[in-house]
Design a protein around this ligand. Structure first.
Ligand code: IVH
Length: 693
């Protein structure tokens, strides 16, 4: 049990830590801790204060809104304070029903009363801003600061694309619009890419940003607008500040949803996911649905926000210590966490690229347990100065592979003797021992062992067997690993020498599976030239380049013997691809691989070079949607492209045909709306056989 004395000591330590980190976060835009870690400290202090209420002093970090205005900015006194919202601690969908239950209780509603209407919104991860319009003109933009006094950042907010500077005529004389300035993922990645290049060039004082929130906050709170200008920002609105009252001719707002719709009509961006929900179950569904969509959004959110929709009910519910009772933030699993680096290993990829990977103490981040995180390359590892034993921030956002974003400053500040050695990339491949070289102007080291290197062999085989290449069903990770480790496969042609007996003799391999693989190998022999070319895993030759090459040359021998000049004549083939192809086919062992594969029976139909091949569907655009009765989607796409058609991913006015199969969804609806011709697979095959008539 915690004694009062222990609790007081711990609360004092937590308060000090929280104050320091709040300053780093809100004032300096340079947080050291992941949000989740900060939240943990905050919740611990809240728990102590709940147990020992006398510890809850007015200046406790739990009783104040984060920031404080930064020196150097003109201070702005908010006409209506900018508050923060309570966070629901239960991150499961249950949190939504808990909130609803609290609201119903506060409103004195019984079981038979109808559900409460809520507005469910996204919780954008950016910086809160108050925009003040007088007579329809943007006159001031301010940060939240401590909620009472913020900073004037008008000069930078004017640069935000979707903040209107002038409103339509029906806007009231005084209007304050609140919302979040944020940075889209794409813009963030591009910005960091630029920053890395500037750092490489030796530009002083430049740094990369840990996450989009930081980049956005840093850009807005820049005294020099020329710096802010380089950082593309966006905006979403979620509420109001001061507004001309209805009695003085201002608008009459009755609900949050109506407010947002009106703001939208005045040109303010409102997230399309915003929805009205009746009762807790619908809020929980919203939480689940947005959670499933989270990674696919073009920007980051850290949760959703529920607000009682009726402004009248909001007034009745009121506030508890500066937080509205009528709203709650319901979070998702954090995308950044702290953990320890147990080791730094070097992995070898298919093309021989060496990547340093941090082995981590398992940590739950972005919804999964992570034990590996990429350090990208030698320069990045050294720039971040990541060492074994360090406590680091790991980030996993979206489908992106987890990465180490940086070392916790406290950890980095330990005496040199207590830290692991500075990372250096080995100059030999850790898998095969061949030389690993870093080419001039490149950041990556590559193993020079080629197919001699087991790591590259495994990856090369997996690539060859992949669905978009030779499509050898059942030849997955585990099996390839077994085959390469047992030295049963050294080069690609060895695959076709595997018989039933060898396969069935492997550990954990049932006769039936062995049979299936033999069949799959046999079936894969009949392929197409683009698949074969792509399957060889030539650096820089992706699926579409392989298609272009096949179309242009028609025959493999023509490609193998083409000079760089001839290769450059192909659509989209530049010097890098041309050199890579030449280098690949200049190696006798690669030609040998091709010959042996052909000798094993791998074959495809060769055609005449492009100019003479018939392209009856040239200039036509198709979209495929739903499940077709006999063809896989890739197969159908391939057939159409062979006939010269373009196959697009979405329906537009330019689409000529939509090929619809079972369970076709929104694309079919859109085609109907736009009056685009919809055909089935049978008609598509007819067109392919006979052309358009
Ligand atoms: S409403 C009185 N709605 O989250 C309610 N806030 O602590 C005021 N945020 O700093 C906030 N998305 O910047 C609200 N849809 C949303 C939001 C949102 C993000 C931020 C806001 C505030 C913090 C809440």
């Amino acid at each position: 049990m915690t004694t009062r004395q222990d609790a007081a000591r711990e609360a004092a330590a937590l308060s000090e830590q929280l104050r320091r980190h709040a300053h780093l976060y809100y004032v300096l835009d340079e947080p050291e801790l992941p949000d989740a870690e900060y939240d943990r400290l905050f919740q611990r202090l809240q728990a102590l204060e709940a147990e020992f209420p006398e510890l809850r002093t007015p200046d406790s970090p739990t009783q104040r809104v984060g920031g404080k205005a930064l020196d150097g900015f003109v201070k702005v006194q908010h006409k209506v304070p900018m508050l923060s919202i309570r966070t629901e601690t239960d991150i499961s969908a249950e949190g939504a029903t808990l909130f609803d239950a609290r609201i119903r209780k506060e409103l004195g509603l019984g079981e038979t009363d109808p559900p409460v209407a809520y507005t469910a919104e996204l919780k954008f991860d950016g910086l809160a801003i108050n925009l003040r319009y007088v007579d329809g003109l943007l006159v001031q933009a301010a940060t939240r600061g401590d909620g009472e006094v913020g900073e004037d950042v008008t000069h930078n907010v004017r640069l935000v694309r979707d903040v209107p500077v002038q409103l339509p005529g029906d806007a009231p004389p005084i209007l304050e619009v609140r919302g979040e300035v944020y940075m889209r993922r794409k813009d963030f990645e591009q910005l960091n890419e630029t920053q890395r290049r500037r750092i490489e060039k030796g530009v002083k004082g430049e740094k990369t940003f840990v996450n989009p929130r930081n980049a956005a906050a840093g850009a807005i709170r820049q005294l020099d607008p020329s710096i802010a200008r380089r950082r593309p920002l966006s905006f979403f609105t979620y509420g109001l500040g001061e507004v001309t009252p209805a009695e003085q001719g201002g608008p009459r707002f009755d609900s949050q949803m109506q407010t947002l719709q009106t703001l939208k009509s005045w040109g303010f961006p409102v997230a399309e996911q915003t929805r009205t929900c009746a009762g807790g179950d619908e809020l929980a569904r919203f939480h689940r649905e947005v959670g499933a969509l989270r990674d696919a959004l073009p920007y980051e959110i850290d949760g959703v926000v529920y607000k009682v929709d009726s402004l009248e009910l909001q007034r009745r519910l009121g506030f508890v210590s500066r937080e509205p009772r009528w709203a709650v933030a319901h979070k998702y699993p954090a995308q950044e966490q702290l953990t320890e680096v147990l080791a730094i290993e070097v992995q070898v990829g298919r093309t021989g690229k060496l990547t340093p990977v941090a082995k981590l103490a398992p940590v739950f981040v972005g919804g999964v347990t992570v034990t590996n995180a990429t350090l990208h390359n030698e320069d990045e590892t050294r720039r971040k100065d990541v060492r074994v034993g360090d406590t680091v921030i790991v980030r996993r956002a979206g489908d992106v592979i987890p990465e180490v974003v940086g070392v916790l400053p406290e950890s980095a500040a330990r005496p040199e003797a207590e830290r692991g050695p500075v990372f250096t990339m080995p100059h030999q491949c850790p898998v095969c021992g061949s030389d690993a070289l870093r080419e001039e102007g490149e950041v990556d080291y590559r193993c020079t062992g080629g197919l001699f290197c087991a790591a590259q062999r495994k990856e090369a085989i997996l690539h060859f067997a992949a669905r978009r290449a030779l499509d050898i069903e059942g030849l997955g990770d585990k099996l390839v690993e077994q085959l390469v480790d047992a030295d049963l496969i050294r080069t690609l042609p060895d695959l076709y020498k595997l018989g039933f007996t060898t396969l069935a003799g492997l550990d954990r391999m049932a006769d039936k599976s062995a049979n299936n693989i033999v069949d799959a190998l046999e079936a894969s022999k009949k392929t197409t030239l683009p698949r074969f070319l792509f399957g060889l895993g030539i650096r820089h030759v992706g699926e579409s380049t392989a298609k272009d090459l096949a179309k242009h040359f028609g025959k493999l021998d023509a490609i193998m013997d083409a000079s760089e000049e001839q290769l450059l004549e192909v659509n989209d083939v530049g010097p890098v691809v041309a050199t890579s192809l030449r280098t690949f086919f200049d190696q006798p062992h690669n030609r040998e691989v091709v010959e042996q594969l052909r000798a094993c029976g791998v074959h495809w139909a060769e055609s005449e070079p492009a100019a003479r091949a018939p392209r009856p569907l040239a200039g036509k655009t198709f979209v495929i949607t739903g499940t077709l009765p006999t063809l896989g989607r890739d197969e159908a796409k391939e057939k159409l492209e062979e006939a010269g058609a373009k196959v697009a991913g979405s329906v537009s006015k330019k689409t000529d045909y939509v090929v619809a199969g079972a369970e076709a969804g929104s694309k079919l609806d859109k085609a109907r709306d736009l009056g685009v011709a919809v055909i089935d697979e049978a008609r598509m095959l007819e067109i392919l056989a006979q052309g358009l008539s």
